[in-house]
Design a protein around this ligand. Sequence first.
Ligand code: BEZ
Ligand code: FE
Length: 296
Amino acid sequence: MREFTEENLTEAVVERFGNTPDPRLKLLITSLVRHLHAYVREVEPTFDEWMAAIQFLTRTGQICTEKRQEFILLSDTLGISMLVDAINHRNRDGVTETTVLGPFYVENPPEVPLGSDVTGGLKGDPLYAEGTVCAPNGKPLANAIVDIWQSDADGFYDVQYADRTEAGLRARFRTDADGRFQFWSVMPTSYPIPYDGPVGDMLKATNRHPYRPAHLHFLIAADGYETLITHLFVDGDRYLDSDAVFGVKKSLIRTYTRENPGVAPDGREMTRLWYRLSNDFRLKAAQPDRAAARQA
Ligand code: BEZ
Ligand code: FE
């Protein structure tokens, strides 16, 4: 009988996965075992500490619902989401950079005509947002899907209002023949990620704040191009340097210009101050899928 010891246990566990037929799964699991064992060897947890870790992960699972994904928040706040993003989006020269999707995206938002006001009764200073969707060489992409979603002046997304069922500050547009889109919404604000669960407990215990700098989310899809998931951050926001989920990239910070009352670009008569955002997005041509390429 082979006896397992502190010294040989890691290799014994790795060997136990030796017959895994899928080589990628074998690598994923044996590497996980090696790294977890190395972590335990490094920190030498007490039984109480290990039980606290198990209870933390248990609570993380238990709080998840269709509307709340605490494991994604955990991945985001540990910087893992952005690391996976960076690894999968190398070489972005000449195309728009990516950042986290976040938990507030809702698939298939209501498609509305270009120029629509998507506020849906939520609060904030008016914002006129416009832009184009282009190929890396600047060729406009017609009929691209542009999904947008954002927080209101109080820092909440529509899905966070328990009494609300209709979309607000969330919509889908299709670019016109010149690759253009435009819409009215409100100025986004910085807001805390949900911190009333185990991830919030971790942030509190480690003296970290839960805030994200103000941003507008975009998911842009066009045939033959990689779907672009990104944000445009508001320049000057106090949390740009300390985003709770490490999502800020310099190339994604924009000036949302403050405009005086007067006539807006679409002819709307503005009797109060409003803001304007313009941005041209460049999509990357679709590449063969990395997992499929690995198997070929
Ligand atoms: C967001 O930007 O909506 C978000 C991203 C990560 C965690 C929480 C919120
Ligand atoms: Fe967000």
